[in-house]
Design a binder for this molecule. Structure first.
Ligand code: UDP
Length: 432
């Protein structure tokens, strides 16, 4: 069980895979609630059927993304033997990156921009590699091809309306004149219209949301669009509230290699989960989709997926001035990433790799589940809670991560939850 992996075993296969992938991505400020969800979670209870027998049984971890890797490393650091499996042929989950034919590093499942205000998460990830400062900026391309800052700020409003607002009060007064008041917004449309009015809502959010979620703003949980801040000044960073913003110097795949490089961690790639595996372990932390684990017996939980279209462009190619350009049009595409604009991603720029994202239902993309779908009526969350009731009866299996807990989580939130969950489980089992 203590077979140590070789570095090359963390990345099987060849160059960039096209049309198979998905983005984890950035999230909002409801971190504390989410981060401690597992602390008193019955899923993390002591496993009475065998844990702490001698010899200490090993733990199975399903999925080698951030959730699984953080659990694996934390347990291994406390002398627990861990076997981590992944059905894909690489580690790092949706954070996986590799060099494209242009030599440019590409995040194969969409841009992963690390940002957090949690010093404990920063301290943990810094154990496994060096990080380069990077403050993410995004522009939205208007129908007339002008690129303007997103999140909406004073510059955006002046450019869209041909206005010359100068102060924050000017912007607030202007937005108040646009807004449709709503005391208690029930959906993303009501939330946005009450803050920025229908014109900005319909320009920046309505078409994009339809493409991204296959839903109208009226059907979307307001929490999804609350991820995007609104600025009254000229602040144009995508994550203006986060104290720490950076990218792994040698990429996420290398970072995961370091996280999993431990004598008590065994990694098996191209290894799908099957319930028969459970009998060989004292406990299982499972990041697969919870509905998939239960063979969708209560019905499927919906997920959005993304098809990635990679293309090569001349080194001179530019579109806007930011690494990511969001599209406001009615095409099926949401955004484009110029990887050469991320620090450390292009050592020598002869040509560029550009990636365009086309969201779709996960059933149209090989059952690749990337985003849980959050509707304004919470119907999918209600179904998820029924799966959790099933999970509570499951014995020594705990569900973790984005698909295991059906939460729209960012990397730093997954890390924080997983550190808390792993430490709670260790404490619950009397392991110092
Ligand atoms: N959104 C939008 N227009 C944009 C950017 C975002 O309508 O230009 C909405 C859309 O519903 C999206 C949500 O805001 O799903 C959250 O955006 P974020 O950039 O956080 O999404 P992610 O990076 O996680 O895909």
């Amino acid at each position: 069980m203590s077979t140590r992996h070789s570095r090359s075993s963390l990345r099987k296969g060849g160059k960039l895979r096209l049309h198979r992938a998905g983005a984890v991505a950035p999230a909002g400020r409801d971190e504390d609630r989410a981060d401690f969800e597992h602390r008193d979670d019955p899923q993390h209870r002591r496993c009475e059927q065998g844990w702490r027998r001698s010899p200490v049984p090993a733990v199975l971890i399903v999925g080698a993304g951030f959730a699984g890797a953080v659990y694996a490393r934390t347990l291994a650091d406390h002398d627990v033997h861990v076997h981590i499996i992944d059905r894909r042929s690489h580690v790092a989950g949706n954070a996986y990156d590799e060099a494209a034919a242009t030599g440019i590093r590409v995040h194969c499942y969409g841009p992963h921009l690390f940002h957090t205000s949690m010093a404990s998460v920063v301290a943990w990830v810094r154990r496994f590699g060096r990080w380069l400062p990077y403050e993410h900026r995004v522009q939205a391309e208007l129908p007339d091809r002008r690129c303007v800052p997103l999140p909406i700020n004073r510059t955006t409003i002046n450019l869209v309306f041909g206005a010359s607002l100068r102060t924050q009060v000017d912007v607030q007064t202007f937005l108040a004149s646009q807004a449709v008041p709503c005391a208690a917004p029930r959906n993303a449309a009501e939330h946005l219209n009450s803050r920025i009015g229908p014109r900005l809502t319909d320009l920046f959010f309505r078409p994009y949301t339809r493409k991204m979620w296959g839903l109208d703003l009226e059907d979307l949980d307001p929490a999804v669009v609350k991820r995007i801040p609104l600025r009254f000044d000229e602040e144009d960073r995508y994550f203006p509230s986060d104290a720490f913003q950076f990218l792994p110097e040698r990429g996420y795949t290398d970072l995961f290699g370091n996280i999993l490089d431990h004598e008590r961690i065994k990694v098996s790639l191209a290894t799908p989960f099957h319930k028969s595996l459970l009998s060989g372990f004292g406990f299982c932390f499972n990041s697969m989709a919870i509905d998939e684990y239960f063979d969708e017996q209560l019905g499927p939980l919906p997920y959005r997926s993304i098809r990635f279209h990679h293309r090569e462009e001349a080194a001179e190619y530019t579109r806007g001035t930011s690494s990511v350009i969001n599209f406001t049009d009615a095409s099926p595409f949401t955004r484009e990433t110029d990887w050469s604009r991320l620090p450390g991603h292009a050592s020598e720029l002869k040509s560029k790799t550009i990636t365009v994202e086309q969201p779709c239902d996960y059933r149209e993309n090989g059952l690749e589940r990337y985003y849980p779908v959050k509707t304004s009526d919470g119907r999918h969350d209600a179904l998820y809670r029924r799966y959790r009731e099933l999970a509570a009866k499951e014995g020594c299996v705990a569900f973790i991560g984005r698909c295991g807990t059906y939460q729209y989580l960012d990397m730093h939130q997954v890390i924080n939850q997983s550190l808390a969950g792993a430490n709670a489980w260790l404490a619950g089992n009397g392991i110092q």
